[in-house]
Design a protein around this ligand. Structure first.
Ligand SMILES: Nc1ncnc2c1ncn2[C@@H]1O[C@H](COP(=O)(O)OP(=O)(O)OP(=O)(O)O)[C@@H](O)[C@H]1O
Ligand SMILES: [Mg+2]
Length: 490
């Protein structure tokens, strides 16, 4: 553990040597004596490449120097010495807070308590008295020494050493300051675990620490939640962005604790108002209320962070918009998609919920299974919730006229329009004569396709919602007994 820690510190020397140097330094270097406090003298200059982490900490320290009056009324944090090997004199304190952050940034209002979670040994121990804070002299070198000590304490990249991320060592006085714990959590997210139950682990074979920038990603205050920690950064390792909608971005992520891949959808706009938040929440409330169905994207959890809504869900391969299809789809393929989404609609309509935004971008495919996603417009069939229709290209005339009598049939029309678009291989317009013709039931013939299939489409796109089949009727249509194939990707 220690050797790896030193490797990370990029110094060629061993820890013992460093300790020796430190002890030697204690004797030879200038100790800044201020009243009863002796600052640990700076370590000899170690040739380090500058990291963003260090730059950030420097900036924070500089801010602290500028903004904190020298006779601060804040209680001084006592030393946190994670390095049990270093024999530091009892009087050798580093006011870690002074070095790393402004006092009100992470200093608890109350005197620091012994850390209880995960540190049972500490429960009984009382806090030592903080030293009187005296006007302090701080230099860049002192900050550098402090940073080196912090680097020692950072969790390292191999299995057992990752324990360091959650178990700071106890200093001689048996006390771990909360600010140090908070700082540690903030600097390093927990490691990613491998999931042994996943057979094809190649997909998960990413090294989240390969890129040094990722180590510091959580330090950006803009990414933090109200408690100063980013749940997204702490719980997930972001792999890549996989989708963009009008209101959100969707990322493929690795969940650190279970080693599985998920999709996390994050709202792009900040939701400051309660009303905005409540509206955004309707999507997750609908998903949660629905529960599991194989043809509905699986919902895991959601949370607010940094005024944005995050939704963790099942990861799918891609949506079925024509951009994802290598060629015009065969009838059998679209029938398979239609059948599966009809079953999803039957499921949600039976629960009294309507989707109201069925379209190719909101139907995903995963291992040949089609899944209805994006419940951002979901509402109740009985009209007791506000109605916000989805993409106009797939909306029937009645909802555009604010007639909400047959909301379930809105979804049927949208599914018909979706299938029609996919089979033709070109996007539907959102206005104009072609748009209008479609809403009047004037459907051009689809050459090369069976009349049975075209009749079903015509019925789904009927201008009269009552004449459209229900989701149950659609799902039970004998046409789906034919063998189908699934979409091919590029
Ligand atoms: N669970 C998922 N797995 C894989 N890709 C997904 C997932 N969820 C969303 N995506 C991708 O992200 C895109 C945008 O997601 P989504 O439609 O939920 O966002 P939105 O902002 O609500 O969109 P809209 O503009 O339709 O309102 C989808 O079209 C899809 O390609
Ligand atoms: Mg969408």
């Amino acid at each position: 553990m220690k050797s790896t820690a030193l490797k990370r510190r990029r110094s060629g020397s061993s820890r013992k040597e460093t300790n020796k140097r430190m002890k030697g330094s204690l004797a030879t270097h200038l100790s800044v004596q201020l009243g009863q406090i002796t600052f640990k003298p700076p370590l000899p200059q170690i040739n380090t490449d500058s990291s963003r982490f260090q730059t950030l900490l420097d900036e924070v320290s500089n801010d602290a120097l500028e903004s904190t009056p020298s006779t601060s009324s804040f209680p001084s944090a006592t030393v946190l010495d994670f390095d049990a090997d270093v024999n530091v004199d009892e009087k050798d304190f580093i006011l870690s807070q002074d070095f790393f952050c402004t006092p009100d940034y992470i200093t608890p209002d109350v005197p620091p308590l012994p850390v209880t979670v995960g540190f049972n040994k500490l429960e009984e121990l009382s806090c030592p008295k903080s030293p009187e804070k005296i006007k302090s002299v701080r230099s860049k070198r002192q900050r550098e020494a402090a940073l080196l000590e912090l680097e020692d304490d950072l969790p390292v990249e191999t299995g057992t050493e990752n324990q360091a991320a959650t178990e700071p060592h106890i200093n001689k006085q048996g006390y771990v300051s909360q600010s140090a714990v908070a700082l540690r959590c903030r600097v390093m997210p927990p490691p990613c675990m491998k999931n042994p139950y996943i057979k094809d682990a190649s997909e998960n074979d990413v090294d989240p620490f390969g890129d040094r920038r990722s180590k510091c990603a959580v330090f950006f205050p803009a990414a933090l939640g109200g408690d100063g920690l980013s749940r997204y950064r702490t719980d997930f390792h972001e792999i890549e962005q996989i989708g963009t909608g009008n209101f959100s971005r969707v990322f493929k992520v690795l969940k650190r604790i279970d080693g599985c891949m998920y999709a996390v959808k994050c709202s792009t706009r900040k939701l400051y108002q309660d009303t905005e938040r409540q509206k955004a929440l309707m999507e997750v409330q609908a998903l949660a209320a629905l529960g599991y169905h194989v043809n509905i994207v699986g919902y895991n959890t959601s949370w607010f962070e940094n005024e944005q809504l995050y939704i963790q869900m099942e990861l799918c391969d891609h949506n079925i918009s024509i951009n994802h299809s290598s060629r015009p789809c065969a009838e059998g393929e679209v029938l398979e998609a239609m059948h599966q989404i009809a079953k999803a609609l039957q499921f949600i309509h039976e629960k009294g919920i309507v989707h109201l935004d069925v379209k190719p971008e909101n139907i995903y495919v995963k291992n040949g299974i089609y899944k209805l996603g994006d419940f951002g417009c979901a509402s109740l069939l009985d009209g007791s919730l506000p109605i916000e229709e989805g993409d106009a290209r797939y909306m029937p005339q009645e909802i555009l006229n604010d007639n909400h009598d047959h909301l379930d049939k809105v979804d049927i029309f949208s599914l018909g329009a979706t299938i029609y678009e996919i089979i033709r291989g070109s996007t539907l317009p959102d206005s104009g004569p072609y748009f209008q013709n479609l809403r009047e039931g004037k459907l051009p013939l689809l050459p090369g396709h069976s009349m049975q299939f075209q009749n079903i489409l015509k019925a789904m796109l009927d201008p009269d919602p009552v004449r459209r089949p229900s989701a149950k009727e659609l799902a039970g249509n004998p046409i789906f007994n034919r063998p189908h194939r699934t979409f091919k990707t590029k």
